[in-house]
Write a protein that binds this ligand. Structure first.
Ligand code: NAP
Length: 455
């Protein structure tokens, strides 16, 4: 895949980027290794000061960074601004909390003194996707750096401008040059980096295919990995739900991050039969109001899909599902004749065996599956190889908590759509990956938990 900025709304190529030569790559890895030796010795106070300065930088440069995301991967400028603020908030959060989370933990054993010490590992190599071009990167980098590690980023090939902007941001806020570096590399060269003995751990957010490849190479090298992969999140609406609130949340949950290109978008809507008609009507009415168009316009709710491949895949999934009996209630086709736009779409009569039921749908398509009982709702919710997020809408919170226990996923949101927050753990089970990001759990993924025992 060429490393290239191409505007998905206009199909214009903005800029081509050159891959690193082997010598340049070598210099960057060596710079990371040398920087780690001094960075790991810095105090939490010093790291926090830089991270707070970084948050300020992001807020000051939010406008230009947001435009860059819009023109490289099509998300609306408003969504990009929200994303950048979340990155800044996360910098502040870990600047204020890393020391507390990573303070040595006293252990109650027969030792004279015994504690667990949390120490940095070294160079963490991150392979990241385009859909949240900033947030995915900060989610790994902020905790990793605050713990005393250094980071190398191989970003998705369609967001090189965003990757460059982040490297510049770390440099301009005073981080030593080897603490966070961007590598312009094609995915075929990821293996060489993972196998380099100076790389200590790998984190990947992306597709199952990329995850399998990266994790097997890292496994062969006995290197720690965290994988954040795809999802097909169920959104369950029970018969006692507030239907209007559920429809609002269902629309935002499906369409979040521009045209629903999010791992934690709600992707299968499982609705109890007695309220299915009312919910469907309310849901369709939300979709009818969405404005599709130029991601840079403040009026726009839905921009283009990030690339042509994504558009073709959505088209295939919808068309095949329709040929198998799904009914288009809204949308179901491309929008306009330029750019990779697809209409927000709602499908009914959806059943197992259709791509919109069986596969991850990474675009603005909402399949509705009607069920006759709560047991059936849970069975269908879990009838997926993925286990990332899920939503249950009901007014009975005690029942919701019992059902939450039965859901096979890393996140359950009750009466709201799934979202990530630096204060809460984030991650999946099954084919959605393993390990956790964010919160106290995420920062401990890339540390040596050292047992110190004084006899
Ligand atoms: P992708 O094709 O897997 O790309 C992700 C990253 O992996 C890119 O940097 C890509 O580089 C690289 N890559 C691709 N194939 C590779 C391989 N064989 N070996 C090494 N690196 C490889 O995924 P995407 O299409 O960008 O993103 C969509 C997927 O990510 C969806 O499944 C979505 O659900 C998932 N996702 C998950 C989360 C989560 O937190 N769980 C968050 C966001 C997205 P190139 O661009 O150069 O190919």
């Amino acid at each position: 895949m060429a490393i290239q900025s191409k505007n998905p709304a206009t199909e214009e190529v903005i800029k081509d980027y050159k891959e690193l030569s082997n010598e340049e790559l070598e210099q960057k890895i060596q710079n990371a290794k040398e920087s780690f030796l001094s960075w790991k010795e810095t105090s939490f106070f010093e790291r926090s000061k830089l991270m707070h300065a970084h948050a300020t930088y992001l807020r000051l440069h939010a406008e230009e960074m947001a435009i860059l995301a819009s023109i490289e991967m099509g998300k609306t400028k408003n969504a990009a601004l929200t994303e950048i603020e979340k990155c800044a908030f996360t910098c502040d959060y870990y600047a204020e909390n890393a020391e507390r989370i990573l303070s040595p933990e006293k252990l109650d054993t027969p030792a004279q003194e015994n504690y667990a010490s949390f120490e940095p590992l070294g160079i963490v190599f991150a392979v990241m996707p385009w859909n949240f071009p900033y947030w995915q990167v900060y989610r790994f980098a902020v905790p990793a750096l605050m713990a005393g590690n250094v980071g190398l980023l191989k970003h998705a090939s369609n967001v090189p401008g965003c990757a460059e902007a982040m490297e510049k941001a770390f440099l301009e806020t005073g981080f030593p040059s080897g603490v966070f570096q961007n590598l312009f590399l094609s995915s075929s060269r990821v293996e060489n980096v993972i196998r380099d003995s100076r790389i200590i751990a790998v984190t990947l957010t992306g597709s199952e295919k990329a995850g399998r490849s990266v994790a097997s190479i890292a496994g062969d090298e006995i290197k720690k990995t965290v994988l954040e992969l795809g999802g097909s999140d169920p959104f369950i609406v029970l018969d006692d739900a507030d239907i209007e609130a559920a429809a609002d949340s269902a629309m935002i949950g499906r369409m979040q991050n521009n045209a629903g290109q999010s791992c934690i978008s709600a992707k299968r809507f499982i609705v109890i039969d007695s309220i299915a008609e009312k919910f469907t009507k309310a849901f369709v009415s939300r979709f009818e109001k969405l404005i599709i168009g130029d991601p840079l316009s403040s009026e726009t709710n839905v921009g283009p899909l990030a690339n042509e491949q994504g558009l073709l895949e959505i088209e295939r999934q919808v068309n095949e599902s329709v040929s198998l009996g799904a009914k288009v209630l809204y949308g179901g086709k491309r929008f306009g004749d330029k750019g990779y736009f697809y209409m927000p779409t709602i499908l009914s009569n959806v059943a197992k065996g259709m791509p919109v039921y069986d596969e991850e749908v990474f675009g603005p398509v909402a399949p509705i599956i009607v069920v006759s009982s709560e047991e059936d709702a849970i069975r269908i919710a879990n009838d997926t190889p993925f286990g990332l997020g899920s939503t249950i809408f009901t007014k009975d919170l005690e029942k919701a908590k019992k059902l939450a226990k039965k859901i096979e996923a890393g996140n359950v949101f009750i009466n709201g759509f799934v979202r990530s927050d630096p204060r809460a753990p984030f991650g999946g089970i099954k084919r959605s990956g393993y390990g956790r990001e964010l919160s106290d759990y995420g920062i401990k993924e890339f540390v040596n938990i050292k047992n110190v025992w004084i006899v």
